[in-house]
Design a protein around this ligand. Structure first.
Ligand code: PLP
Length: 410
């Protein structure tokens, strides 16, 4: 093992619920919820108790084999796990590097988000809570949470910026179809960051019967840790599947797109103790890690898109799912210690990658993971040496994006 991860005992051991001692890379955060300088719990007193109660409940559930058994059954029988790792022979030939895809696009609802929401809903039920609160930007996490609520027979309330409810009418309808109530948020810029604030407020107001099902590896402790653990299944499966395909070897590169960072965190957790180079790819117009500054938002210390007077800037890209103005604190830490690299892809190369994968492999990707592919395409044969093996997490399928891409290409 190379790099700063080398001095750590074992990422896997740290993940299972070790207490005290030095936090391992992608193991548990510190008691204060810190990943190095990042993370923490920057919330008003009224939210501290809710976060503490949630942390305790998750800690106990995650150490309980019965909880894992039940979650694994749900992920297998309802969500469609395990998802395969697919070789891409034609694309590989074109690029001169060997491409493997981890197929989260094949899950029920079509993205990795299902792993997080089914885990949190199961946890909510264990906590005796029958109501889920969620924030959503483009609507994908709202739809996923509404799906989980329907599965568990729970009430579901989704906060969504008023600008987004107009832009994403179809997803509003989907959520309502699934039995959820969608509440448009009219404060601030009336987009995702305001929806998160509103959802946090709504949680405090009804913490007795409600669980806040946060959508990525962000927010106050324990969310970044808990959501990464719920997405760990992506990396754990992929690690074993790659080894089976590669005769016991690991990929040279592991690449995933980063919005808040949950599919990347889940993927990286499976490979952090290998020699693989880990790369997180942000949208050029929403690159909190690449173009942001450290700061506090939504209860965490991380990198943010912020102007000179500390106002959060909005993220803009072709892909609404990557338009979060910050990213998870653990990514800020992985970058700081040099264990993962963060890069960007712009709209134009993303569109080309979207077409390329569709034509060469018969897989229409979501625009989010098309960012990861676009970065790989740009670097194949230069930074990524010819003959390398690259695993990319295909975080979701492209059906939701086809109409938009059609407009952009014609
Ligand atoms: C929501 C979403 C993302 C971005 O979220 P992360 O937390 O960064 O994983 C990426 N890909 C797809 C398909 C999504 O739906």
């Amino acid at each position: 093992m190379s790099g700063p991860a080398g001095e750590e005992p074992s990422a896997a051991a740290g993940a299972a619920g070790a207490t005290g001692g030095e936090p391992s890379v992608m193991g548990e955060p510190s008691a204060a919820g810190r990943f190095g300088d990042f993370g923490g719990r920057f919330v008003p007193e009224s939210l501290v108790l809710a976060c503490e109660e949630l942390e305790e409940a998750f800690r106990s559930a995650w150490a309980d084999p019965e909880f894992h058994r039940e979650l694994d059954d749900i992920l297998r029988d309802y969500a469609g796990r395990p998802t395969p790792v697919t070789e891409c022979p034609r694309l590989s030939e074109r690029l001169g590097i060997r491409i493997l895809l981890k197929r989260e696009d094949l899950t029920h609802t079509g993205s990795h988000k299902i792993n997080n929401v089914m885990g949190q809903a199961l946890l909510a039920r264990r906590m005796g809570k029958g109501r889920l609160i969620a924030e959503t930007g483009a609507g994908q996490h709202g739809v996923a949470t509404a799906t989980a609520a329907a599965y568990f027979g729970m009430e579901c309330v989704v906060y969504m910026g008023a600008v987004d409810t107009e832009r994403q009418e179809l997803n509003v309808f989907r959520m309502e179809l699934l039995g959820a109530e969608v509440i448009p948020v009219h404060s601030g810029s009336r987009t995702l960051k305001d929806a998160v604030n509103e959802a946090l407020r709504a949680w405090v107001a009804r913490v007795g019967d409600s669980h806040y099902c946060l959508g990525s590896v962000m927010g106050p402790h324990p969310y970044p840790w808990m959501v990464r653990e719920l997405q760990r299944v992506v990396g754990t499966e992929a690690r074993a599947q790659c080894r089976a395909i590669l005769g016991g070897a690991d990929p040279d590169w592991v690449v995933a797109c980063v919005g808040g960072g949950s599919n990347a965190a889940g993927t990286f957790s499976g490979f952090v103790d290998t020699d693989a180079i880990l790369v997180g790819v942000e949208a050029a117009g929403g690159a909190a890690m690449s173009h942001g500054v450290p700061g506090v938002v939504h209860g965490m210390m991380s990198y943010l898109l912020q102007d000179e007077v500390g106002q959060i800037n909005e993220a803009h890209s072709i892909s609404a799912g990557l338009d979060y103005p910050g990213l998870g604190p653990e990514h800020a830490h992985l970058s700081a210690i040099g264990r993962a690299r963060y890069a960007t892809a712009d709209d134009e190369e993303v569109l080309r990658a979207f077409k390329l994968l569709s034509e060469t492999e018969g897989i229409i990707p979501a625009l989010e993971p098309a960012h990861a592919l676009a970065w790989v395409v740009r670097h194949a044969g230069n930074e990524i040496p010819l003959g390398s093996t690259v695993m990319i997490t295909m975080s979701g399928r492209g059906d939701k994006d086809v109409a938009q891409v059609r407009e952009l290409l014609t």
